[in-house]
Structure formats: C-alpha cells, structure tokens
Design a protein around this ligand. Sequence first.
Ligand code: AMP
Length: 155
Amino acid sequence: MRCYIGIGSNLGDRQKNMDIAIQRLRETDAIEVNKVSLIYETEPAGGPEQPRYLNGVLEIETDLAAIELLSVLQDIENQLGRERIVKNGPRTIDLDILTYGDHEINEPGLKVPHPRMTEREFVQRPLRELIKDKPRTSRGVYSEQGRGSQVRGKG
Ligand code: AMP
C-alpha cells in the first residue's frame, strides 16, 4: 500500500529528530520509504505558544495494516520521547498517517485521510511536491491557507 506520512518536530534538534524518525522507518521491515519531501519551517497551528515547526511528508510503501502502521509511528514517537501533556503542544516528533492508499478509515483512534490535512498548508505543500499534482482527498481539495518557509531539502 502506498501511504503518505506527515512528519513534524518543534522541540530540541528538530532536523535530527526528523532524521532519526525517518531512519527508524527505513529500518522497519514492512516499510519502504520511497520519497522524502523538502522540509519546511512553519508557524505552529493552534495550541499554546510554542516554537516553530519543521514539517515534511514521506511517501512510503507498506504491507502493514493501517492500524499496525499507526502503532509503528506511535512507537517511534514514544522512542523519541514525545510527551503528550498539552493538546496541540510542542513535540519532539509527530507522525501522522495522511493517506493509506485510497482507503477511508473512520475508527475512534484512526481517521484516514487525516481530517485536517486539507486545511494545513504545511502538509499540502510537501504533499503536492511528492505527488506532483494538487492533492485531492474524499474530504476536500487543496487549500492555499497557511504559510511556511522552506529551510532545506532532503532526499
Ligand atoms: P496527535 O497528538 O496529533 O499526534 O494525535 C494522536 C492521536 O490521533 C492518536 O491517539 C491517534 O490514535 C489519533 N489519530 C487519528 N487519526 C490519525 C492519523 N490518521 N494519524 C495519526 N494519528 C491519528
């Protein structure tokens, strides 16, 4: 299954956190990381006052079921010391399933496509770059809101 994964960090060495998370994904047997978008620096969207984020999107190929993939992402978040103290608060690493093939999943712990992906420019811009077209999901189309500045590219 081809999936797009949102990745973000706004605590500590943000680039290093993202590099480690991507490395962990590459080391996971059932996951191939095919593409890594440019990484953008963005303003926090909501939540308490907090540092700016680095955000990007990964294209992966996986044999895992969506719920298993979520569990892998959460393990990596936990390994990187993410503390869930404040909703929408700062985090060492945040990994979200944006899409899982063209599946729609609506379970209490897993909503796919990610419900807020179409309104977040920090997701849409790197996603567009990877799929080379305006991303469309069953929940809506690309929206031009939000701003971020590109800091550097990877892979
Ligand atoms: P967050 O704090 O923003 O990382 O949200 C984490 C929570 O969102 C977890 O409890 C997940 O079960 C839930 N969740 C729902 N849909 C998704 C998704 N598509 N990707 C990642 N987490 C999700």
